[in-house]
Design a protein around this ligand. Structure first.
Ligand code: ZN
Length: 307
């Protein structure tokens, strides 16, 4: 253990599963990890997580801090009386959950850092992955839902609350009658491109779709529109797309990214001029996460180390 990479506790809290780890970095740096089902009883599962972490801390190395990257929406305002709470989630049992209290109780002397799951993943990719050396980039996850974290001038954007990029409104392609799958907006980005939207449009899940299924064209076209919006709004130097949808069933990840890049280029129509947005540049402008499915967990490690 070097002073630059202390052993910490990390938690990635998702809508379906919670991953907890003790470690100092990606790969072999993760010394112990455990998976929990999120369920609808936060008090119970958070007690299991903190108890596992106390035990793991004794077994593999004393943790110096805790980092949590969680689904939201979250209250990230340190001056708010509900700082560290999950606020309005539709996920049963979790609205109004204080995420910090169980960890403060279990580890009373340790610093505890909290971020959104996507900002966490962005921080992980910045420290060890596809965004090393970049101060302005976006991490998007396209899975059960869609969320995006923006790093601007080296810091995650919180602003009023925190960005909710998955719910930006989307244009309707000519002839497309699909109503969209977002319970709130119908045809927002999440309502068109998240896993449940693909299942609703195609009648079967993304992983079972043939490479030539027309759903892929609709999905990657919408992805291109959304990526163009990100590019126009924040001028990122790179956009990382994580989550399960990018694996794209029988179409495959490489073809999915190629199509997203082409539709991004078409949507921008040459207006934003940069080598990064021309053919070769696009290959490193829109990329998968280098840390794979561990981006969020590694981000939680980085958050804890920075605290
Ligand atoms: Zn929506």
């Amino acid at each position: 253990m070097t002073p630059r990479s202390p052993i910490v506790g990390a938690v990635e809290l998702g809508g379906t599963k919670i991953i907890a780890a003790v470690g100092s970095g990606p790969g072999a740096g993760i010394l112990a990890r455990e998976r929990f089902t999120t369920g609808d009883d936060p008090a119970q599962v958070l007690a299991q997580v903190t108890s596992w972490m106390q035990d793991a801390s004794h077994r593999v190395g004393q943790v110096m801090a805790i980092g949590i990257a969680s689904f939201g929406p979250l209250d990230l305002d340190p001056s708010s009386p509900t700082h560290g709470f999950i606020t309005t989630t539709p996920k049963r049992g979790w609205a109004g959950t204080d995420l910090l209290a169980p960890f403060r109780h279990a580890f009373p002397s340790l610093p505890i850092a909290l971020e959104t799951d996507v900002n966490g993943a962005a921080i992980g990719e910045c420290r060890w992955g596809a965004a090393q050396g970049l101060e302005d980039f976006i991490y998007v996850t396209v899975g059960t839902g869609i969320g995006g974290g923006a790093i601007v001038c080296g810091k995650p954007v919180h602003g009023l609350v925190h960005p909710e990029m998955g719910h930006i409104p989307m244009p309707r392609a000519e002839g497309d009658r699909f109503a969209g799958a977002c319970a709130i907006h119908g045809r927002c980005w999440e309502g068109l491109c998240a896993g449940p939207a693909i299942t609703a449009r195609a009648g079967r899940p993304a992983e079972d779709l043939a490479a030539d299924d027309p759903t892929w064209e609709a999905v990657t076209q919408s992805m291109g529109h959304a990526l163009a919006t990100m590019t126009l709004m924040l001028s990122p130097r790179r956009i990382i797309i994580g989550g399960s949808v990018r694996k794209a069933g029988q179409l495959g990840e490489a073809a999915f990214f190629d199509r997203c890049r082409l539709h991004l280029k078409a949507a921008l129509a040459g207006y934003v001029d940069s080598p990064a947005l021309r053919d070769e540049g696009l290959r490193s402008f829109v990329v998968p996460p280098m840390l794979g499915d561990d981006a969020g967990l590694c981000g939680a490690i980085a958050l804890a180390q920075d605290s």
